[in-house]
Design a protein around this ligand. Structure first.
Ligand code: RB5
Length: 147
């Protein structure tokens, strides 16, 4: 069941654009609203820090609550996005980790590698990420220690 108050920011470089399209269709079909922060279809190559910055800033400013960033490995996007204060971006290759980065780390951006995981697993990771709630409590105390 989609959380209708959740606006999800999507971004990808050239190595992640197929997943971005797939994720957008999938999330829309599930009732989520998304905003596409590029890379635009007509652009051949994109630098992942630029796209990560667009999505990170949308979350910092409260325009979106969660983000999904896709590149070849998911690693560059996680590194770039997490440089923005308040952004906790986690690169996930399993549903297990996708659930725990929401429940324990309150990750607000999922990063994923289009060259690292297949589309079926990627959609399962995405579903877990957007449907898992932060548990708060002792986990919030630990997040506060990162400031
Ligand atoms: C682009 O070729 C690739 O380096 C990029 O998508 C990403 O994997 C970086 O982390």
């Amino acid at each position: 069941m989609a959380d209708n108050n959740l606006l999800i920011a999507l971004g990808a470089d050239h190595a992640g654009r197929d997943f971005k399209r797939l994720f957008k269709e999938h999330l829309t079909a599930k009732g989520f609203e998304t905003i596409d922060f590029g890379v635009e279809d007509h652009v051949e190559k994109a630098d992942y820090p630029v796209i990560a910055g667009r999505v990170a800033q949308a979350i910092q400013e409260g325009r979106c609550q969660l983000g999904v960033l896709i590149c070849g490995t998911g690693a560059g996007m996680a590194m770039a996005a997490s440089r923005y204060p308040g952004i906790r971006a986690a690169n996930c290759q399993s549903e297990y980790v996708a659930g725990l980065v929401r429940a324990h780390n309150n990750a607000n951006i999922l990063t994923i590698g289009q060259r690292a995981v297949g589309p079926g697993l990627a959609l399962a990771i995405l579903d877990t990420f957007v449907s898992t709630k932060f548990e708060g409590g002792r986990h919030q105390d630990r997040i506060d220690l990162m400031r």
